[in-house]
Design a protein around this ligand. Structure first.
Ligand SMILES: [Zn+2]
Length: 74
């Protein structure tokens, strides 16, 4: 169940928010190149033209993606 405003469009990418209980696998965040552990709520960006190429982001990384290019931080 997703309220309409959680699908805020970003070009041709559909943005979804995963709740902690929905996150059952670990993913690699393209924003910071760190792992998103299972059980952490995060953002999923799904290109409408290539839904299999979806990306999982930390919420803060997603929020900042537009202000600066992804950088690797260790
Ligand atoms: Zn991140």
């Amino acid at each position: 169940m997703r309220p309409p405003d959680e699908r805020a469009g970003d070009g041709d990418v559909e943005v979804r928010f995963l709740h902690p209980f929905q996150a059952r696998k670990a993913y690699r965040c393209p924003g910071c190149d760190q792992e998103i552990p299972p059980g952490m709520g995060h953002v999923v960006a799904v290109p409408r033209l290539a839904p299999e190429d979806r990306r999982h982001w930390h919420r803060p990384c997603w929020d900042h993606r537009g202000t600066r290019r992804p950088t690797r931080r260790r």
